[in-house]
Design a protein around this ligand. Structure first.
Ligand code: GAL
Length: 391
């Protein structure tokens, strides 16, 4: 009786049911590109460029910190920085919508944002209403100047969740609390939750990959673990990787069903970065309708005192297919293999024959049965789509 009651209680959590982000959402965020130097002119410039990527699935143009002033109006309404955004947020939202994009905004569950602008603590209902009036489609809520106690964090996020629900306008709700412990409750609070630190360099990217390894249980339509933004290889941005590392990150983000939010400078994008973020076969893995998150099926932690020199990650896809990502964590090229144990962990019996396609090369490379090896350059990854032929 006691156990039945307990199970019933656990099952009765409130849920965010806004009908959005059924697949990992795709778009752009200003933080690694502009930091606090954001402006209407800068955002409109991004809009002109990203509009060309709409056909690949990129859909959200999201402002990060620094669009608001520290002080609110006397009636409590949040104040847009009038110098950076002279025509206000409604104007910007309209422009973004006219270009076929959706508009995202940033706030914080503390009384200040990380950059010291007005946070939403105590103003959740008023801010949510303001966002709805502007036409906001996405809200990221950060955790600076706020308690790190889990139950306080959950109840503060629940307040914004309820306030957003109350407006009647569907807005993706992205929690930014930098911890894996959000995952088990994430779906009851928002559409996605940051599972670690800002991933602005190679070490942080790998730390976030390690954090993702145990969190696949919590991925569902409308509910995603968020390992932070997709980086390019442009050193002018606040966060960037080498060209091969950035492609490795994009491969992993696809297998992990992570939101594909670009954190790169879109003007003067190198042809390499453009090719990375517009690879339809890789994006199709990310957007696969089974909405499962990939798992590590060979190798262990990429960071820490004795890191693995390689990983293999796999993700089950629709139409009897599996994505396999071979990740080289060493500074030299090496052959990485997925053996029968690794195949079994990917749901493939040793007798099963699969057709193998290299999705970066856009090339069918043959058949495999219980074993696949790939030569992977230093700190890089290869990515294959396996399709089951017969068991
Ligand atoms: C951090 C957050 C970043 C960015 C920044 C803005 O806390 O993780 O993604 O939003 O604040 O100040």
């Amino acid at each position: 009786m006691f156990w039945l009651l307990l199970v019933a209680t656990i099952g009765a959590v409130a849920a965010l049911d806004n009908g959005v982000a059924l697949l990992p959402y795709m778009g752009y965020n200003t933080w690694y590109d502009y930091g606090c130097n954001i402006s209407e002119a800068g955002v409109l410039k991004v809009l002109g460029i990203i509009a060309q990527l709409r056909g690949y699935g990129y859909e959200y143009l999201n402002l990060d910190d620094c669009w608001a002033l520290k002080e609110r109006y006397s009636n409590g309404t949040v104040r847009v920085d009038p110098v950076a955004f002279p025509r206000g947020m409604k104007y910007l939202a309209d422009k973004i919508h006219q270009a076929g994009f959706k508009f995202g905004i940033y706030t914080c569950r503390g009384n200040l944002t990380c950059a010291g602008r007005a946070g939403s603590l105590g103003y959740e209902a008023q801010d949510a209403q303001t966002y709805a009036e502007w036409g906001v489609d996405f809200v990221k809520e950060d955790s600076c100047y706020a308690s790190s106690n889990q139950s306080v964090a959950f109840s503060q996020y629940a307040r914004m969740r309820d306030a957003l629900n109350q407006t009647g306008r569907p807005m993706v709700f992205n929690l930014c609390g930098w911890n894996p412990w959000y995952a088990p409750v994430g779906a009851s609070l928002g559409n996605s939750w940051r599972i670690g630190d800002d991933g602005g360099n190679w070490d942080k990217v790998r730390e976030n990959i390690d954090n993702m390894a145990s969190l696949h249980w919590w991925t569902n339509p409308g509910a995603f673990n968020d390992p932070d933004y997709v980086l390019g290889s442009d050193p002018r941005t606040y966060g960037f990787l080498t060209p091969t590392q950035s492609r490795a990150q994009f491969s992993l983000w696809s297998v992990l069903a992570a939101p594909l939010i670009l954190g790169m400078k879109l003007s003067n994008l190198s042809s390499w970065d453009l090719e990375t973020i517009t690879n339809r076969e890789v994006i199709a893995i990310n957007q696969d309708s089974l909405v499962t998150q990939g798992q590590r099926v060979a190798g262990g932690s990429l960071m820490g005192s004795s890191p693995s020199s390689f990983n293999v990650w796999s993700r089950v896809l629709q139409n009897r297919a599996v994505a396999l990502c071979f990740f080289n964590n060493a500074p030299i090229a090496q052959n990485i293999s997925c053996d029968s144990t690794c195949f079994a962990a990917s749901g493939l019996a040793p007798t099963t024959v699969v057709a193998v396609r290299d999705v970066w090369l856009h090339k069918d490379i043959g058949f495999a049965q219980g074993f696949l090896v790939s030569e992977v350059p230093a700190f890089s990854a290869s990515l294959f789509r396996l399709t089951i032929q017969y068991m």
